[in-house]
Design a protein around this ligand. Structure first.
Ligand SMILES: [Cu+2]
Length: 465
C-alpha cells in the first residue's frame, strides 16, 4: 500500500517535469550553456575568468510559468561544474546540487537540464561547485507570467555582483587567504547588518558585468513605468539600492508577488531578488548599489533624455538614507500564504573559535545538519543566529514564508538575511520531495561549512564524488 503511494508520487513528479502546460506553451528550444574560461571586459579592465559562453552575466534565459526550460551544460572548464536554478521549485534531479542531486559534470562532459518553471518571477542560475559562483558563472532566469497582472511599459534586468577574479587572484586564492587567518576585517562594518558585514573587499562592484567607471546605461523615455528586476549574484556583498530622484515600489520578493510598498531604498543580500516599479522622470539618473559596509558601489545610469548630462558614479543620493524596506513591511498575497505550521525546529547559526568555520546546529558541511520533513506538512524553522555575522540563508526547491509577526503576514522568499543575535521564523510547506540544500549564500561561509539539508523521509547518504 505505502509502496503504491510512493510510486504514484514519483509519477506525479515525473509528469510535471516532462509536460509543458499552461497557455501558449510551445516546445522550447534547448539553451546551450557552455561553461568556459574567457577574457571579458568589465569596462574598467579586461579580466580572465570563467563564464557561460564568454558573457558576463550569462545569457538571460526566459521561460513561461508552467512551461519548460531545457538547457544543455557543456563543460569546457578545467574543473567539474553544475548549474543550480536558484529559487525555482523544480524537480530535485535538476537542482544542480553537487553530491546531493547530481555528480558534478567533469571537464569535457555535458548535462541536460529540463524542468518545469511553476512560478513566474525573477530568478537566476549559477554554478554550485566550490567558489565558481564568485567567478563569472551566473546569469538571470526570468519566468514570465502569461497572465501578468502588473501593467508596465518596459523592464530592465539589474544583476549585481562583487568582482575579484583575475584582479587579485581567484576566489579560491581569496578563500585560502581567509582560511589561513583567524581574524576578520573589522573595517567592513554596517549597522544595518549588525556589525562586521563581509569577509573581504572586492576591487570592483558590477551592474550587468560593468564596473562603475564605464556604467551600463538603461535607455527609456520620460513618464514610462519600468520594472526593475534586481538580482544580487554577489558572493560576499549586500547592496543598498536606490535610483536618484525616484522612489521604488516593491512588487515582488524572490519572485513572489507582495502587497506593493513604496520606499526610497532596499537592502538586498546575496541570492535575494526584488522587483520594483518606477515611473521615470526626464533626465539621466544614477542607479546606485552601495556595497554595504565596503565604502564602494556598483553604478549604472537610467537615461530618458539625450541632452541630460551623465551623473557621476560618486554622486551623493539622499534616497540611500531614506525609508528602507524591511521584511516586516512585506506581505505575501492571500493565495500565497502558507498553512499554520504543525511543529517547529530551531536551526542555530554559529561560528567556531577558528573564525572561519560556520555551522548550522553545530555541524559543518562535511557532516551536515539534516532536517527531516514529511510531504504535506508545514514546519516552522527558527533561524537563531548566535554567530557574530549576518547570513543570507537560502533553501533550495521551496519558497518559504517569513513570519515577522504572529499573524498571517510576511513575504514569500527563498533567501532571507538573518542578523547577528536575531531569531527569525520561516515557515516551509513540504510540497517538493527531495534532498535539498539549505545554506548560507555568502559563498565564503558556504565553503567554510555553512551548508545543511532539508530532506523528505529518513536521512539519505550523500553521493560520493
Ligand atoms: Cu553566512
Amino acid at each position: 500500500m505505502s509502496r503504491r503511494l510512493f510510486v504514484t508520487g514519483l509519477f506525479a513528479t515525473a509528469a510535471t517535469a516532462a509536460l509543458p502546460v499552461g497557455v501558449g506553451a510551445a516546445r522550447p528550444r534547448t539553451q546551450v550553456l557552455r561553461a568556459r574560461p574567457a577574457k571579458v571586459s568589465i569596462g574598467a579592465r579586461t579580466v580572465s575568468t570563467w563564464t557561460y559562453d564568454g558573457r558576463l552575466p550569462g545569457t538571460r534565459i526566459e521561460a513561461t510559468a508552467g512551461g519548460v526550460v531545457r538547457a544543455r551544460l557543456v563543460n569546457d572548464l578545467p574543473a567539474a561544474t553544475t548549474v543550480h536554478w536558484h529559487g525555482i521549485r523544480l524537480d530535485a534531479r535538476m537542482d544542480g546540487a553537487p553530491g546531493y542531486t547530481q555528480k558534478p559534470v567533469p571537464p569535457g562532459g555535458t548535462f541536460d537540464y529540463a524542468f518545469t518553471t511553476p512560478d513566474p518571477g525573477t530568478y537566476f542560475y549559477h554554478s554550485h561547485v566550490g567558489m565558481q559562483n564568485d567567478r563569472g558563472l551566473y546569469g538571470p532566469l526570468i519566468v514570465t507570467d502569461p497572465h501578468e497582472p502588473l501593467g508596465y511599459d518596459q523592464e530592465f534586468t539589474v544583476v549585481l555582483d562583487d568582482w575579484l577574479d583575475g584582479v587579485i587572484g581567484t576566489p579560491d586564492d581569496a578563500l585560502r587567504r581567509l582560511n589561513a587567518s583567524t581574524a576578520h576585517d573589522d573595517t567592513l562594518r554596517s549597522d544595518l547588518l549588525g556589525g562586521v558585514t563581509a569577509e573581504l573587499r572586492h576591487p570592483y562592484y558590477l551592474v550587468n558585468g560593468r564596473a562603475a567607471e564605464t556604467p551600463e546605461v538603461f535607455e527609456s523615455k520620460p513618464g514610462r513605468l519600468v520594472r526593475l528586476r534586481i538580482i544580487n549574484a554577489a558572493a560576499d556583498t549586500a547592496f543598498r539600492v536606490a535610483l536618484g530622484g525616484h522612489r521604488l515600489t516593491v512588487t515582488h520578493t524572490d519572485g513572489f508577488p507582495c502587497a506593493p510598498l513604496t520606499v526610497d531604498t532596499i537592502l538586498i543580500g546575496m541570492g535575494e531578488r526584488y522587483d520594483v516599479l518606477v515611473r521615470l522622470g526626464d533626465g539621466a539618473f544614477p542607479l546606485v548599489a552601495e556595497a554595504e559596509g565596503k565604502g564602494a558601489r556598483a553604478f549604472a545610469i537610467v537615461r530618458t533624455s539625450r541632452k541630460a548630462g551623465a551623473p557621476r558614479s560618486g554622486v551623493r543620493l539622499s534616497e540611500l538614507s531614506g525609508r528602507r524596506l524591511a521584511y516586516a513591511d512585506l506581505n505575501a498575497r492571500q493565495a500565497d500564504r502558507l498553512p499554520r505550521p504543525s511543529r517547529s525546529v530551531t536551526v542555530t547559526l554559529g561560528m567556531r573559535p577558528s573564525g572561519n568555520e560556520w555551522t548550522m546546529n553545530d555541524r559543518l558541511a562535511a557532516d551536515p545538519m539534516r532536517l527531516r520533513v514529511e510531504r504535506g506538512e508545514t514546519i516552522r524553522i527558527v533561524l537563531d543566529n548566535q554567530s557574530p555575522m549576518w547570513h543570507p540563508m537560502h533553501l533550495h526547491g521551496h519558497t518559504f514564508q517569513v513570519r515577522t509577526s504572529s499573524g498571517p503576514q510576511g513575504p514569500r522568499k527563498d533567501t532571507v538575511n538573518v542578523l547577528p543575535r536575531e531569531r527569525l521564523n520561516i515557515d516551509v510547506h513540504a510540497d517538493n520531495p527531495g534532498e535539498w540544500m539549505f545554506h548560507c549564500h555568502n559563498l565564503y561561509h558556504q565553503e567554510q561549512g555553512m551548508m545543511g539539508t532539508l530532506g523528505y523521509g529518513p536521512a539519505k547518504r550523500m553521493m560520493k564524488h
